[in-house]
Design a protein around this ligand. Structure first.
Ligand code: PMP
Ligand code: GLN
Length: 382
């Protein structure tokens, strides 16, 4: 059997969701909304399903969705994208990220990753025989350590994979940080896989900037989006990659060998979603910002140290002020079993030694009454 896969455990999201179920806990762990996505998007998918759009669609995606991805890129970021040669639709961002890594990495190539990191990144880099180079952000501000990032790049660097807006930190990379990454990519002739699944979930006037929009980056970036996050439909698993026409053939060949195609009816629904009016996208971030504020205020009142979150579904909290006797893993377990509220220990997002072990991540993409009930349960427990 594959030693690498045998050596990793079941994903923390599944582990904590199972524990939540077992104890009847409110699940603020795994990041999924407890409300449905827009009705017109769901209706469009249902109509396509009933219309007999149920056989293999084109390998790179149905034309309507590829066109919608291209239009969305122009509308929000001023990017000119050829829908026939620069878009690949995948079965979720998870597949998209794997396909992009497969497209550029050869065994022995180095790939820069930023900790804390999403749990699928490292196993895939390693399975491809590439060598991960980890650079760690420091809480509580999660600023990019520039000297360390520059030191992680070298003659063998082929790519960087990073996430903005970022899970689990809620960090949105600044224009200056992106410019620094762009300069390193230029200098080393490297590519970027940009996990931008939370692109529409930014708060307090923070704007998401795709690295791809910076000078010289159009040919170097593979930009990944997800219908799961943009339309609150995480179970659909429809992702989309935007990349230069020089990269797209390899990305498409990776997709061809992973899943080949993605549910055509769902793709048609997502195409309708990406064409929705500006008010939809503004409303999505406004509603999540209000939920972030609701949970952040409540957690701060309970004594948690609440770290700032500029985007995503998540806030991270420092549990030290609570005086709990144990690390983040013990805390999240006790919180689930005793308070009946589930959070995710942030050490799960670290692969190297010496990770901070006093942070818990809470997802706020839940109904207000659910957030209030979770806070009430924690108040009674603490
Ligand atoms: N990247 C990040 C940072 C995520 O949080 C998620 C969440 N599921 C994904 C990728 C995967 O997205 P999808 O469900 O579209 O595969
Ligand atoms: N992205 C989601 C999170 O971070 C979970 C995805 C998953 O369950 N694999 O909570």
């Amino acid at each position: 059997q594959n030693a690498l896969l045998s050596g990793i455990g079941t994903t923390i999201f599944t582990v904590m969701s199972a524990l939540a179920m077992q104890h009847g806990a409110i699940n603020l762990g795994q990041g999924f909304p407890d409300y449905d996505g827009p009705e017109d998007v769901i209706e469009a998918a249902a109509a396509a399903l009933k219309d007999g759009r149920n056989q293999y669609p084109p390998l790179t995606g149905v034309p309507e969705l590829r066109q919608a991805v291209a239009t969305h890129n122009r509308r929000f970021y001023g990017l000119e994208v050829d829908p026939n040669a620069e878009v690949v639709v995948t079965s979720g961002a998870t597949e998209a990220i794997t396909a992009c890594l497969m497209a550029v990495l050869n065994p022995g190539d180095e790939c820069v990753l930023i900790e804390p990191l999403y749990d699928t990144y490292l196993p895939v880099v390693k399975l491809l025989g590439a060598v991960p180079k980890l650079v760690r952000l420091s809480p509580p501000d999660w600023a990019l350590p520039r000297a360390e990032l520059a030191a992680a790049f070298g003659p063998k660097t082929k790519a960087i994979l990073f996430n903005t807006p970022m899970n689990p930190t809620g960090k949105v990379f600044t224009a200056a940080e992106l410019a620094f990454i762009a300069e390193l990519l230029q200098r080393h002739g490297a590519y970027a896989i940009c996990d931008e699944v939370y692109e529409h979930l930014t708060f307090d006037g923070w704007k998401h900037i795709p690295l791809m929009t910076l000078p010289g980056m159009r040919e170097r970036c593979m930009r990944v989006g997800s219908a799961g996050k943009t339309f609150s439909l995480t179970g659909w698993k429809v992702g989309y990659i935007t990349c230069d026409r020089s990269l797209a053939p390899n990305v498409a060949k990776a997709h061809q060998n992973l899943t080949f195609t993605t549910a055509p009816n769902l793709q048609r629904g997502v195409a309708v979603g990406l064409m929705k009016e500006d008010a939809y996208f503004a409303g999505l971030s406004a509603s999540l910002q209000a939920k972030r504020d609701r949970l952040a205020k409540g957690l701060a009142e309970l004594g948690f140290g609440v770290l700032p979150a500029q985007g995503s579904y998540f806030i991270t909290t420092d549990i030290r002020p609570l005086g709990f006797n144990g690390d983040d893993v013990a805390f999240c377990r006790a919180l689930t079993e005793e308070a009946k509220v589930t959070a995710i220990p942030v050490t799960a997002f670290y692969a190297s030694e010496g990770a901070p072990s006093h942070y818990a991540r809470f997802a706020f993409c839940k109904g207000d009454a659910v957030l209030d009930e979770a806070l009430a349960r924690m108040r009674a427990w603490l």
